[in-house]
Design a protein around this ligand. Structure first.
Ligand code: ADP
Length: 426
């Protein structure tokens, strides 16, 4: 950050007093780099592609100038699409917090909540409508929403939308939007397909990029433990015993989340779960309890990896190593948010070797390996055994880092990435 940026304050932007008041009440003293870069072009009405890692303040980067624009002309409205219900609710909360004194009306429509509740929200003529794609399209098809006033359209976590197979839904929504709108796209990473959508639907977009591409939150202290899959639970409980801060644990499947949560509960820790088989009410309650400290441990699938903003997560644990390299970046981004610092621990079994290699390629760095405190490092993939003299790794052959589970094939991970049916896996 240059010295000039360092000295910048929110009053340097053309934001009205009522917004500055809410910004101050939120405790934001200075704009983060993505905010400093995004706010001016969005205020000018330009299309913007904002690339920044998670936890950098992307939400306020688009919310603040949108609130200003809407406050100038209360007939205009903004539509924000988010990939998950939790993220949509969080974005709405940010708009409410920062737009409160400017009289901004916000509505959220997300799946999993009785649809009648949406009707009430929609007839209030919100200035900002935050939605997940599926529920919004339900409303479009039943004629409950009219987009004539939408002058700003935001796609948040565009890369996640892509991973979850939402591109056709985004196209469907865009078809109904007025042509003379402003489009903003926020994303931590820019896969080529997302780039293509941007090119198709945005006009001479300004691209602002903050930090390295795909960099994990910079202040998170990362470590990797090699472990046998049978030793994971003991290692997890050991790590929980070792600290007392808030811990977010990622497992790959819904059944995995349930199982891990059960083991943690049997150790009498306050724990809750988030995955797509739980009702929205349960998911909200799990988030609220984690946020306000009633539960210490939250176990989740990747549905919770992006965008979720809980202050002071001390430790993110990848109980199952992610199959999609970009998910690693998003999971790690849950700790070390704007002001805090945190720890990110990954359990790596023999079968995870190639996924670790993919993450290391993506972040351009090696993941630091620590000695397993329980001494069970049987999962150590062959690449890291080089100094170790044991020959079994070599015997398994370089191409079989999947530990013999060859039926998954090298495409197993990729299929998970394209995530056409996230609802069945998360
Ligand atoms: P992202 O969307 O980039 O993942 P968020 O917008 O959710 O990140 O912001 C992360 C956290 O930082 C939130 O708790 C938010 O309230 C806080 N935050 C945002 N902007 C600032 C700021 N300028 N100063 C201090 N905290 C901020």
């Amino acid at each position: 950050m240059s010295e000039e940026e360092d000295q910048q304050t929110f009053s340097d932007f053309a934001l009205r007093e009522s917004i500055l008041k809410d910004v101050a009440a939120a405790g934001f003293e200075r704009p983060t780099p993505i905010q400093a870069a995004c706010i001016p072009p969005v205020l000018e009405g330009k299309d913007v592609i904002g690339l920044a890692q998670t936890g950098t303040g992307k939400t306020a980067a688009f919310a603040l100038p949108i609130i200003e624009r809407v406050a100038q002309s209360m007939e205009m409205a903004a539509l924000v699409l988010a990939p998950t219900r939790e993220l949509a609710q969080q974005i709405s909360a940010m708009f409410e917090e920062l737009g409160h004194s400017s009289g901004i009306r916000v509505a959220t429509v997300v799946g999993g909540i009785p649809i009648e509740k949406d009707w009430k929200a929609l007839v209030s003529w919100p200035n900002v409508l935050v939605a997940t794609p599926g529920r919004l399209i339900d409303h479009m098809e039943s004629g409950n929403v009219v987009f004539n006033d939408i002058k700003v359209f935001v796609v948040d976590e565009a890369d996640r939308m892509h991973d979850m197979g939402f591109i056709p839904q985004i196209d469907r929504v865009i078809k109904d939007l007025p042509e003379d709108r402003q489009t903003l796209m926020l994303t931590a990473t820019m896969p080529p397909d997302v780039e293509r959508i941007a090119r198709r639907n945005m006009r001479s977009a300004v691209r602002v990029q903050v930090g390295r591409r795909s960099a994990p939150a910079e202040r998170a202290e990362q470590q990797v433990f090699h472990v046998n899959s049978t030793g994971k639970i003991s290692l997890l409980l050991h790590l929980l015993d070792d600290g007392d801060g808030r811990v977010l644990v990622f497992a790959r499947t819904k059944a995995g989340v349930d199982e891990v949560a059960r083991s943690i509960r049997s150790r009498r820790y306050r724990v809750d779960r988030i995955h797509s088989n739980r009702t929205q009410i349960d998911r909200n309650e799990a988030m609220a309890a984690f946020r306000d400290g009633r539960t210490r441990v939250l176990v989740a699938t990747d549905i919770a990896a992006r965008g979720l903003d809980v202050a002071d997560i001390e430790h993110v644990i990848n109980y199952d190593f992610p199959h999609a390299a970009e998910d690693y970046v998003h999971r790690i981004g849950r700790t070390a948010r704007v002001e805090a610092s945190g720890r990110a621990t990954s359990f790596v079994t023999r079968a995870d070797g190639r996924y670790v290699a993919a993450v290391e390629r993506l972040i351009g760095d090696k993941l630091p390996i620590s000695a397993n405190p329980l001494g069970d490092d049987g999962g150590r993939p062959e690449r890291s055994r080089s100094g170790g003299g044991r020959s079994s790794a070599r015997r398994s052959g370089a191409k079989r880092s999947g530990g013999g589970r060859s039926s998954r094939g090298s495409r197993g991970g990729r299929r998970g990435r394209s995530g056409k049916s996230p609802k069945t896996t998360q």
